[in-house]
Design a protein around this ligand. Structure first.
Ligand code: C2E
Ligand code: MG
Ligand code: MG
Length: 263
């Protein structure tokens, strides 16, 4: 019944991409927006991915859902400064889908968004899955195709997987996103601070961008700044925003992150 409900919701356009700003501390402005899917359920209200992503996958609806997320996000990106990039999370099924790159390219084209404005986010969990046969391809294949298209590639939840360093070598990455469990401890736990410093150093040596996720307090922001983590994202900056709130936020509040006390 839930799967039928989700299929109907997809048809009715209830799946929307909320967008959470990513800001650059040295530049002081918004450089990216991450699409985070929400289901505007007519009876149950606004649902988070934890409530329906697994269901979508089990019901074979996640390719359709992924396309809807991209469309919804692209619609919003049209009203935002073209220098701001769009980050999109990919599921295991999407990564194994032979047609994914072509569909992404087509959807971007429909909205006039150049592919180099797209940043793909993958987790190590997703890249470790293998789904052979039946029109499926390896994650590496899809990721190389997307890079050729012009998209950039970020390893999400960095530091929580099993073999991060292997992935860093194997995939054509452009960025890593430090998991919020480390950011959470950056002020009070010297170990977390040391691990973040090491991640930032490694990223610099490999010429990768680094984003810290889950920044919730001014103290965490200052700590990330002092560790030279140039890009941050989190509730302190902004919660994931409803589409209609995005353009004004980027134009007005998405500035002046250079100094922690600037707001
Ligand atoms: P993620 O990609 O690591 O996204 C970050 C999650 O942390 C989001 O949860 C976001 O709302 C939340 N977050 C951001 N800042 C803070 C903060 O300061 N504190 C705390 N406590 N949380 C923060 P959300 O939106 O519930 O998404 C959860 C996960 O679901 C995402 O993790 C991503 O893996 C997945 N997801 C979201 N949207 C999509 C999608 O369109 N497609 C796919 N395949 N997965 C998605
Ligand atoms: Mg993400
Ligand atoms: Mg993450």
């Amino acid at each position: 019944r839930l799967a039928d409900d989700l299929a109907a919701g997809l048809q009715r356009g209830e799946i929307v991409a909320f967008l959470q700003p990513i800001v650059s501390l040295p530049l002081g402005c918004t450089t990216g927006l991450e699409a985070l899917v929400r289901w505007q359920h007519p009876e149950r209200g606004l649902l988070s991915p934890a409530a329906f992503l697994d269901l979508a996958e089990d019901a074979g609806l996640d390719l359709l859902l992924g396309d809807m997320v991209l469309r919804s996000a692209c619609e919003t990106m049209r009203h935002v400064d073209p220098a701001v990039t769009l980050s999109m999370n990919l599921s295991v099924t999407q990564l194994a889908d032979r047609g994914l790159c072509d569909r992404i390219s087509m959807i971007l084209g429909e909205y006039g968004i150049p592919p180099d404005r797209l940043m793909i986010e993958i987790t190590e969990h997703a890249t470790l899955q293998r789904q052979p046969g039946g029109g499926r391809v390896s994650p590496e294949h899809t990721l190389h195709e997307l890079r050729e298209l012009g998209a950039s590639l970020c390893l999400d939840d960095f530091g929580t997987g099993y073999s991060s360093l292997t992935h860093i070598r194997r995939y054509p990455l452009t960025a890593i996103k430090i998991d919020r469990s480390f950011v959470n401890g950056v002020v009070d736990h010297p170990e977390d601070r040391a691990v973040i410093a090491a991640m930032v150093g490694m990223a610099a040596a490999l010429d990768l961008e680094v984003v810290g996720e889950g920044v919730e307090t001014e103290e965490q922001l200052m700590a990330m700044r002092s560790l030279r983590c140039d890009k941050v994202q989190g509730y302190l900056i902004a919660r994931p925003l409803a589409p209609e709130a995005v353009p004004a936020w980027v134009a007005d509040r998405g500035r002046d992150w250079r100094a922690a006390s600037a707001r």
